[in-house]
Design a protein around this ligand. Structure first.
Ligand code: NDP
Ligand code: GDR
Length: 370
């Protein structure tokens, strides 16, 4: 039985990857942080009672900023594969907590690599590093591939740039099997609520159901290459099964503006939007509503721009070229953007209907607009 260790197991990718590896017959160990509230929502369905035999899913407390903890865990687990997914992963928030981001995302990666080296596991343990299209930052060339130069535009991206190169360096210096997956944005119904796609699908569902009036967004012109997280975690595993340790771009090769994503999300529930105005004055209005379930007034303003969501330095355009992964590993994404939006909207409408019932029952529901 192969043994995997996943840092960031409670996150979007950690949850899907755990499911994927358990189905493949792996024993999966995950690193979770101590939190004052339960933080295991995404993996609760995988939980196994510690008192039963034959468990194959284990959670361990730890933190990417704590070397001794990581060394002890890797020593105990003796993993065949480590997937280093833990990170302070929000680009905008990284401008608020740059030092912590550098510590967790940059040095955290070094701690994993060095633990493997110190424990003499260089020849046993394969390491996947969650690198990112944010490394490309300011546009140098499109589409972006493994040979495109980096120009990071946030403390998050700079920390991930250190993580990228320290992974390459340990591979070259110590002959370790360590790879970077340069993944472009990938989303799902369990995407963190403050990333733009999930913020949009949640708000669209709430607006349609009369639970919220409006959504406030930042840069509507930003373009992202959005894929489905399920396709991307499959590729993380494929990367570690390849003969040679290499770095790989994973992307769909198509790009879409935030504005068009909003239109698609509203379209999914039969609401057509029209946009008027420019820059900070741009607004979105209901043009038509073909769904009798929703009682939305034509002409209602449902979207406005709030400059507080603008970033000090923005990444305007991402579009990836995954030819290498397509041809060398045979990876082809199963989901198109329209399937992703459908999946996310179906899930959020269902979730928000629960809130509607709670509200109708006289109880308060909370929504954070970040
Ligand atoms: P999430 O934000 O959903 O999950 C991040 C995970 O890291 C959570 O489990 C979080 O724990 C954990 N974590 C954060 N800080 C620490 C720390 N100091 N110590 C231990 N664990 C920590 O991210 P995703 O699942 O979306 O992304 C996974 C990885 O892939 C990240 O490294 C991200 O930067 C990278 N990436 C993501 C892309 C995407 O589009 N999703 C694209 C390219 C790269 P908790 O639940 O307690 O907060
Ligand atoms: P990103 O994702 O920064 O690409 O990082 P995010 O969804 O946060 O932003 C995408 C684009 O949308 C614009 N935007 C907004 N973003 C947020 N969060 N909230 C808003 O209200 C809003 N309005 C417009 C942003 O300016 C940006 O251009 C994600 C993370 O998962 C990283 O960890 C990962 O490395 C990259 O994707 C690839």
């Amino acid at each position: 039985m192969k043994v995997a260790f996943i840092t960031g197991v409670t996150g979007q990718d950690g949850a899907y990857l755990s499911e994927f590896l358990l189905k493949k017959g792996y024993q999966v160990h995950g690193l979770k942080r101590r939190s004052s509230l339960f933080n295991t929502d995404r993996i609760d369905h995988l939980y196994q009672d510690p008192h039963v035999d034959n468990r194959n899913f284990f959670l361990h407390y730890g933190d990417m900023t704590d070397s001794t903890n990581l060394i002890r865990l890797i020593k105990e687990i003796q993993p065949d594969e480590i997937y280093n997914l833990a990170a302070m992963s929000h680009v905008h928030v990284s401008f608020e907590i740059p030092e912590y981001t550098g510590n967790a995302d940059g040095l955290g990666t070094l701690r994993i690599l060095d633990a493997v080296r110190l424990l003499g596991l260089e020849k046993k343990t394969r390491i996947y590093q969650a690198s990112t299209s944010e490394l490309y930052g300011k546009v140098q060339e499109v589409p972006q591939s493994e040979t495109t130069p980096f120009y990071p535009r946030s403390p998050y991206a700079v920390a991930k740039m250190y993580a990228f190169w320290i992974t390459v360096n340990y591979r070259e210096a110590y002959g370790m099997y360590a790879c970077n997956g340069i993944l472009f944005n990938h989303e799902s119904p369990i995407r963190g609520e403050t990333f733009v796609t999930r913020k949009i699908t949640r708000a669209t569902s709430r607006i349609a159901l009369g639970l919220q009036d409006k959504i406030y967004l930042g840069n509507l012109d930003a373009k992202r290459d959005w894929g489905h997280a399920k396709d991307y975690v499959r590729m993380m595993w494929m990367i570690l099964q390849a003969e040679e340790a290499e770095d790989w771009v994973i992307a769909t090769g198509k790009t879409t503006t935030v504005r068009d994503f909003v239109k698609m999300a509203f379209g999914e529930v039969g609401i057509e939007l029209e946009f008027k105005g420019e820059g900070v004055d741009e607004k979105g209005y209901v043009k038509s509503c073909s769904n009798p379930e929703f009682n939305l007034e034509i002409g209602k303003e449902v979207l406005a721009v709030d400059p507080k969501y603008f970033r000090p330095t923005e990444v305007e355009l991402l579009i990836g070229d995954a030819t290498k992964a397509n041809t060398k590993l045979g990876w082809i994404p199963e989901y198109e953007l329209k399937h992703l939006v459908k999946d996310m909207m179906a899930s959020d409408v269902k979730l928000m209907k629960k809130d509607q019932h709670i509200k109708e029952g006289g109880y308060q529901t909370f929504n954070y607009y970040e």
